[in-house]
Design a protein around this ligand. Structure first.
Ligand SMILES: *Cc1c(COP(=O)(O)O)cnc(C)c1O
Length: 395
């Protein structure tokens, strides 16, 4: 059995490419070309160059001494927060902009919820001098004003979407509509391991740089490449699969994904897709998703904007179903506590998303000799409003 994608674009019974006929040509072009492009010398050189000199990779693998003392084990933090633009998202957008160039595309579209993926896309479009259009629900445009202005400053056009709930799902529908109308010159940069095949596999491969580096860095620190645990938060699942990728075929490495359960998995205010979702089709892919009894996608909730996606990447659905992946969850409150804990004992203010991964440490039992890697997917600057509110409430 394989945990990776098969020729038809499936992970077990998950994944595939359930797309309208009008999109077939676009997706087919990508499907037949992406591996060829990614394996070319030109692509490899350009990708490595930009990761090193533009994004600032390799990101450090930091042995967190005081956190290790607290949990009586050996914790290493993979510092994706130190990348340019503040998260792992740039690993993917750099990869996809190079794919777009190789395909001769001149126009880039993207969807964004909180605006983090929109900013990472607008960044590489500025870098490569390509036209950039970002679809964003009107509700999110109002909630995420600083990111909207960042995108505009970077030269992107931000299109507010007024259909449906005016959030991420509606922005995605609008981006797909745009792609149908501009098949020749446009590439659609999807921001996580979601969407129709080949996106989940392509984005996984771009993010796999995270575990590739972890192996080399662990070797440097402790003389062995494999940790006992690899832990990451999961929205769509791109930083998580990046953290797991090179460990998947090593069953001795325990893989732990942490979902955002919002106010709790037994409430309606949650984004814990594996815990609460059911099988369905979202964004062209068969996977678990949050839906009502009529099969309509419901609005997820989490304190962290990056985790309130109503689906989950098909690779994670498969890893979960086969028992390879342990899925945990953390509530808003548990994530906030973990963010303050890390800040106060290690001097690192994490993104709220990443704080969910750190919150899992509280609920786990480790042996003193265990090697535990936790990915800090992003930095907390963007979440200061929430952190400030939390501090004021405590006074
Ligand atoms: C977007 C984002 C996430 C969630 O996306 P994944 O695809 O699940 O990784 C997590 N952390 C940060 C900092 C983000 O910006």
């Amino acid at each position: 059995m394989s945990y990776f994608v098969d020729e038809k674009g499936f992970y077990g019974r998950f994944g595939g490419a359930y797309i309208p006929e009008m999109l077939y040509a676009n997706v087919e072009e990508l499907r037949t070309q992406y591996l060829k492009i990614m394996e070319s010398d030109q692509f490899r050189n350009d990708y490595q160059f930009l990761l090193k000199h533009y994004a600032g990779r390799p990101s450090p693998l930091y042995p967190a001494k005081r956190l290790s003392e607290l949990y009586k084990t050996n914790i290493f933090l993979k510092r994706e927060d130190l990348n340019h633009t503040g998260s792992h998202k740039l690993n993917n957008t750099i990869g996809q902009i190079l794919i777009a160039k190789a395909l001769g595309k001149t126009r880039i579209i993207a969807e964004t919820g909180a605006g983090q993926h929109g900013v990472a896309t607008a960044t590489v479009c500025a870098l490569m001098n390509l036209e950039c259009i970002v679809y964003m629900g009107e509700t999110d445009v109002q909630r995420q004003y600083p990111n909207v202005m960042r995108m505009k400053m970077l030269g992107a056009e931000v299109v507010p979407v007024t259909s449906g709930n005016k959030t991420l799902k509606d922005a995605t529908n609008e981006a797909i509509r745009d792609w149908i109308n501009h098949p020749e010159n446009t590439h659609y940069i999807i921001g996580s391991v979601v969407g129709p095949h080949p996106y989940p596999d392509m984005v996984s491969k771009f993010q796999s740089i995270i575990s590739e580096e972890i192996k080399l860095q662990l070797k440097e620190h402790i003389g062995r490449e494999l940790p006992d645990y690899a832990i990451a938060c999961v929205g769509g699942g791109s930083n998580a699969i990046g953290t797991f990728y090179h460990f998947i075929d090593h069953p001795e490495v325990k893989l732990v994904a942490v979902e955002a359960s919002g106010l709790g998995v037994d409430t309606n205010e949650t984004a814990a897709t594996i815990a609460c979702g059911e099988l369905g089709i979202i964004h062209g892919s068969k996977t678990y998703l949050m839906q009502n009894q009529d099969g309509q996608i419901t609005e997820p909730y989490s304190i962290s904007a990056g985790l309130d996606y109503p689906g989950i990447g098909p690779v994670h659905a498969h890893l979960h179903e086969t028992g390879r992946l342990t899925v945990m969850d953390a509530t808003d409150k548990e994530a906030l506590d973990a963010a303050f804990r890390l800040t106060q004992i290690e001097g690192i203010i994490p993104a709220l998303e990443s704080a969910h991964a750190l919150a899992a440490l509280e609920k786990m039992r480790f042996r003193p000799e265990d090697i535990v890697v936790v990915t800090v997917s992003g930095r907390g600057d963007k979440d200061m409003d929430t952190y400030i509110k939390c501090m004021n409430d405590k006074l």
